[in-house]
Design a protein around this ligand. Sequence first.
Ligand SMILES: C[C@@]1(CC(=O)O)C2=NC(=C\c3[nH]c(c(CCC(=O)O)c3CC(=O)O)Cc3[nH]c(c(CC(=O)O)c3CCC(=O)O)/C=C3\N/C(=C\2)[C@@H](CCC(=O)O)[C@]3(C)CC(=O)O)/[C@H]1CCC(=O)O
Ligand SMILES: NC(=O)c1ccc[n+]([C@@H]2O[C@H](COP(=O)([O-])OP(=O)(O)OC[C@H]3O[C@@H](n4cnc5c(N)ncnc54)[C@H](O)[C@@H]3O)[C@@H](O)[C@H]2O)c1
Length: 169
Amino acid sequence: MNFLPISINIEDETILIIGGGKVAIHKIESLERFTHRIKIIAKEVVPEIRQRSFIEIVEKEYEPGDLDGHLLVYAATNDSVLNSRIREDGKARRSIVNVVDKPANCDFVSPAIYKQDNMTVAVSSNGENVFAAIHWRNQIRDLAQSNQIGTSKTKKIFRQEFQAASQKS
Ligand SMILES: C[C@@]1(CC(=O)O)C2=NC(=C\c3[nH]c(c(CCC(=O)O)c3CC(=O)O)Cc3[nH]c(c(CC(=O)O)c3CCC(=O)O)/C=C3\N/C(=C\2)[C@@H](CCC(=O)O)[C@]3(C)CC(=O)O)/[C@H]1CCC(=O)O
Ligand SMILES: NC(=O)c1ccc[n+]([C@@H]2O[C@H](COP(=O)([O-])OP(=O)(O)OC[C@H]3O[C@@H](n4cnc5c(N)ncnc54)[C@H](O)[C@@H]3O)[C@@H](O)[C@H]2O)c1
């Protein structure tokens, strides 16, 4: 597998998660730092999701038409066959689908994220080793939090340092 890291503008998107259990909570914890436009479709939804009033919740069985109008979709049910079918349904609609139990069958995978204001680090192992991705993210987070990478400098100072370094090389 070879996944391309990009940063997507999701201002006009509602992100759809099919499934409302433990893994859906994980996805929400990552997403809510970037957007509150999140919709859950699931037969049953756990209280940790229900208590977030910004989430639109629809309790029902999944149907392919649920994907209509959604660019980003997480297939996060506990039914592996269904999760793969959701990706197939997404193809016809140009939705890109994260299949939480099958990295090789994903249009995108969720990186391990560290976010500090406008700075974001997203680490992925190409879906091969999520624990390595989490470990790298934690190391980078610790560096940033100990201010070893100058997180409090302004754009102007970073530009001057960048230009000075370019002239040297
Ligand atoms: C980084 C993070 C982002 C997020 O989810 O937002 C994320 N998983 C997180 C947590 C986490 N995942 C797992 C545990 C242990 C649970 C336990 O065992 O108790 C924990 C820790 C926990 O639960 O605390 C297990 C697990 N995960 C996957 C499988 C299936 C497999 O690998 O086959 C299995 C079973 C593996 C096994 O047991 O062998 C699959 C995927 N998980 C990915 C991302 C994608 C790869 C990213 C990459 O390219 O590296 C990928 C491929 C698909 C996807 O989901 O996108 C998030 C960090 C949250 C944070 O700390 O910020
Ligand atoms: N990617 C990851 O980070 C990661 C981590 C751990 C586990 N997993 C895998 O993720 C999967 C989901 O695990 P979980 O712990 O969240 O499961 P869970 O049992 O907590 O939740 C499953 C959810 O899917 C819903 N659902 C099932 N069938 C449905 C249908 N037909 N229509 C609508 N909703 C439906 C249920 O109502 C429930 O809300 C498992 O297969 C697990 O192996 C992935």
